[in-house]
Design a binder for this molecule. Structure first.
Ligand code: SF4
Length: 258
């Protein structure tokens, strides 16, 4: 299976299904993956197959590379719609994540004030006050919540350390609506066991958590690229549309990506 390891600290711009013309900011090493999850569907592959040798980019390196790229894009007359923190793992695990968000907002204001700053995170560091405060400053604070079922989480998201989904949900509530919840729905099997989370047994308790978190938006999506695990299947359009309708019935906007 082919997986993707992104350049660091800047990649793209790329056209994102969910975000428009997006300039990527990858706070992880350029030669591997660092994540506090090890999702069976991760487009970067399994953690064990991509251990990096290089260090994390420094705060200074990120700011310099971002400024150079924004200057180049301004000269070409093609500015980004969004600056997206994503890439080879979990951006909020960078020790200077908060400072880098500050630098990025400053550069955004200087070069492309209309662009949004988005962070795609698996939520595992939102208990850190500095991470919470930095995420409150970005336009799109996109946090992963694939399910509320701990067995499913251990089978599919596979946290590498302690992970308590109820505590994560409590922390998500502390954003007071300044949060977008992103959820992967899929079907199929892994190691002979079903990983289908499209049925009511998974969707109903997840919806209850969504109701409590009261996010500004929900994004539901499914597998789009090759995965390191064989046997995973896309959720169907009909399934995603049905889930979307149930979120919208709560009065919360929902975007489905097929
Ligand atoms: S949280 Fe994202 S980067 Fe981390 S393993 Fe899962 S899909 Fe990959």
């Amino acid at each position: 299976m082919s997986t993707i390891i992104y350049p660091s600290p800047i990649f793209g711009p790329v056209h994102s299904r969910r975000l428009g013309i997006s300039l990527g900011i990858n706070l992880l090493p350029a030669d591997g993956k660092v994540c506090s999850f090890d999702c069976i569907y991760c487009e970067c592959g399994f953690n064990k197959d991509h251990r990096p040798r290089l260090p994390f980019p420094t705060r200074e390196e990120v700011a310099k590379a971002l400024e150079e790229k924004l200057r180049e894009m301004a000269d070409d007359g093609q500015l980004p719609d969004v600056l997206t923190f994503a890439g080879n793992g979990e951006p909020t695990c960078h020790p200077h994540f908060a400072e880098i968000i500050g630098d990025t907002i400053r550069l955004r204001n200087q070069y492309c004030p209309k662009a949004k700053v988005s962070v795609l995170s698996n939520s595992t560091f939102i208990h850190r006050q500095q991470v919470h405060d930095a995420l409150m400053l970005v336009d799109n604070n996109i946090l992963k919540l694939d399910t509320v079922d701990p067995i499913y989480i251990n089978k599919v998201d596979r946290p590498t350390g302690h992970y308590d989904v109820n505590s994560i949900i409590s922390r998500m509530k502390e954003f007071h609506g300044h949060v977008i919840i992103q959820t992967m729905f899929m079907r199929g099997c892994s190691d002979g066991e079903s990983i289908d989370n499209t049925g009511d047994a998974f969707v109903a308790p997840w919806l209850e958590a969504i109701r409590q978190i009261a996010p500004q938006q929900v994004m539901v999506y499914t597998i789009d690229r090759e995965t390191p695990t064989e046997g995973l299947l896309k959720a169907t359009h009909e399934q995603l549309d049905a889930i979307k309708a149930r979120v919208e019935a709560l009065g919360i906007p929902c975007q489905a990506s097929y």
